[in-house]
Design a binder for this molecule. Structure first.
Ligand code: NAD
Length: 415
C-alpha cells in the first residue's frame, strides 16, 4: 500500500476549495484538524496463549452537522494520518449527501488474514470495550470498512449491548439483517456508485451497455461493483484484481465465476481463461470506466499520464493524489470523486439508523428508491457547482460539502 499521507491530500483539496468559497483562514484551520481522537492499546490473548497488544484509533473529525459516522478498518499498514484523512472525507461525504451526520473513522493495526475467527472476535470485542465511552448512538456510529464486515459489526454491537445493559442495535451499522441490518446495505456502495456512473455516462454520451470496465479490488465494494455493472447495466467487466494479482479478459469476465474461483483459490489471480496482469497494468488499461475499489493513493504522479479510461469512478476513498488530478483533468478524463461516488454505503447506513430508531424494516425496493434519489441529487448538485465555480468535479464536490459544514458551524456559533 502506498502511504502517501492521505490527510495531506485532503488538506490540499480543502485549500483549493477554500479559495473558491473565500473561506477565511481561521475557518480553514479549524477544518484541517479533527475535533477529537482516541488512541487505544488493545491486549488480546491469541490462540497460542500469547498476549498480543494491538494499536487502535477512533477519530471524530467534525460533528457540526450531527453525530459522527464512519467505518472501522483492520489493516496491517494502518497509520493514524490515513484514519484522520478518511474521517475528514466522511465529514464531506455526509454533508454532500445531505445526511444529518458528521464524519469519523476508526482503525486497528492488525492482519485479519493471519488471525483465527476466535482471535478476530476477541479483537473486535476488545476494540469496542476500549472505545465504548467515546462512541454510541447519537454520538459516533461505526460501520464496516476494509477487512471488517457484518460479522465484525455483529460482535461489536453485541459487546456494546453487554456494556450498556440494553439492546443497542443503533451503535453500529452494516449489521446482519437478523440484527437490525438494512436491506440493500451489502451492495449499497457499489450500487450507489453505478447510479453516479449513470449520470456521468449520460453527460459524456457514453453507452453503458457494452462499456468496458476495469476494477481494482475484489472485496465488498469491488465485487459488487462488478456484479452491478455486469447484471444491471450490461457493461463488460474486462479486468479485476485483489492484493495478490489481477486478471484480464477482453471478452468480459463473469463476476460470479471469478468470485467462486477467489473463494477457493484465495485470490482472483489464476482465473481460468483470463490473462494474468499486475495491479499497475490494470489501472492503465484502455477501458471506458476505471473503478479503483481497493485502497488510497493508487493513481499518482507516477502513473497518471498512462491512465487511459474515459471515466474514473472512485469507489475507494482517496485513490487519486492531487498531483495526479492535475494531469487527469487536462486529459479530459471525467472523475467522479470519492465522497460523491461511494456515498451509497453511508446513505444506506443512515437508512439503517433511521430504521433502528423506529424499530422498522424497509423493503429492498424502498431502500434502493431512496438511495437513487440521494445519489442522483448529489451528483446533479456537484455538476451545477462545476458551472457556478468554474472548477472540476472534485473541487465542486468539496465546495458544496464544505459550505454545508461551515454553515452548520456558524449556525451553532462555533465560528
Ligand atoms: P474489502 O476489505 O472488502 O476489500 C478490499 C479489497 O482490496 C480486497 O479485494 C483486497 O484484496 C483488495 N486490495 C488490498 N490491497 C490491494 C492492493 N494493493 N492492490 C489491489 N487490491 C488490493 O474493503 P471494501 O469495503 O470493499 O473497501 C474498499 C474501498 O472502498 C476502501 O477504500 C473503502 O474505504 C471504500 N469504501 C467502502 C465502503 C463500504 O461500504 N464497504 C463504503 C465507502 C467506501
Amino acid at each position: 500500500m502506498n502511504h502517501e499521507d492521505l490527510l495531506t491530500v485532503v488538506h490540499q483539496n480543502l485549500c483549493a476549495c477554500a479559495l473558491d468559497l473565500n473561506l477565511n483562514k481561521n475557518i480553514e484551520a479549524l477544518l484541517k484538524l479533527p475535533r477529537r481522537e482516541l488512541h487505544v492499546s488493545i491486549p488480546v490473548m491469541m490462540d497460542d496463549g500469547r498476549i498480543k497488544t494491538f494499536q487502535g484509533f477512533r477519530v471524530q473529525y467534525n460533528s457540526a452537522r450531527g453525530p459522527t459516522k464512519g467505518g472501522i478498518r483492520f489493516h496491517p499498514a494502518e497509520i493514524v494520518n490515513t484514519i484522520r484523512g478518511l474521517a475528514a472525507i466522511m465529514t464531506w461525504k455526509c454533508a454532500l449527501h445531505d445526511l444529518p451526520l458528521g464524519g469519523a473513522k476508526g482503525g486497528v493495526i492488525c492482519n485479519p488474514k493471519e488471525m483465527s475467527k476466535k482471535e478476530l472476535e476477541k479483537l473486535s470485542r476488545a476494540y469496542i470495550r476500549a472505545v465504548a465511552d467515546f462512541i454510541g448512538p447519537g454520538r459516533d456510529i461505526p460501520a464496516p470498512d476494509v477487512y471488517t464486515n457484518e460479522q465484525v459489526m455483529a460482535w461489536m454491537m453485541d459487546e456494546y449491548s453487554i456494556i450498556t445493559g440494553r439492546a443497542s442495535f443503533g451503535v453500529v451499522t452494516g449489521k446482519p439483517i437478523a440484527l437490525g441490518g438494512s436491506e440493500g446495505r451489502h451492495d449499497a456502495t457499489a450500487r450507489g456508485g453505478w447510479m453516479a456512473i449513470c449520470e456521468a455516462a449520460a453527460q459524456t454520451g457514453m453507452e453503458l451497455a457494452g462499456a468496458t470496465v476495469a476494477i481494482q479490488g475484489y472485496g465488498n465494494v469491488g465485487y459488487n461493483a462488478a456484479l452491478c455493472g455486469h447484471e444491471l447495466y450490461g457493461s463488460k467487466v474486462v479486468a479485476v484484481s485483489d492484493s495478490k494479482g489481477a486478471v484480464y479478459q477482453p471478452e468480459g469476465l463473469d463476476p460470479r465465476a471469478v468470485m467462486a474461483h477467489k473463494t477457493t483459490a484465495g485470490t482472483v489471480a489464476g482465473f481460468a481463461g483470463a490473462a494474468g496482469i499486475t495491479n499497475e497494468e490494470l489501472l492503465e488499461l484502455d477501458v471506458d470506466i476505471l473503478i479503483p475499489a481497493a485502497l488510497e493513493n493508487v493513481i499518482t504522479l507516477d502513473n497518471a499520464d498512462r491512465i487511459q479510461a474515459r471515466i474514473i469512478a472512485e469507489f475507494a476513498n482517496g485513490p487519486t493524489t492531487k498531483d495526479a488530478d492535475a494531469i487527469l483533468g487536462p486529459k479530459g478524463i471525467h472523475i467522479i470523486p470519492d465522497f460523491l461516488c461511494n456515498g451509497g454505503g453511508v446513505i444506506v447506513s443512515y437508512f439503517e439508523m433511521v430504521q433502528n430508531f423506529n424499530m422498522d424494516h424497509w423493503p429492498e425496493e424502498e431502500v434502493y428508491r431512496r438511495l437513487d434519489a440521494k445519489m442522483t441529487a448529489a451528483y446533479r448538485q456537484v455538476f451545477e457547482a462545476t458551472k457556478k465555480y468554474d472548477v472540476g468535479m472534485r473541487q465542486a464536490a468539496y465546495s458544496v460539502a464544505v459550505e454545508r459544514v461551515v454553515t452548520a458551524m456558524m449556525d451553532r456559533g462555533w465560528i
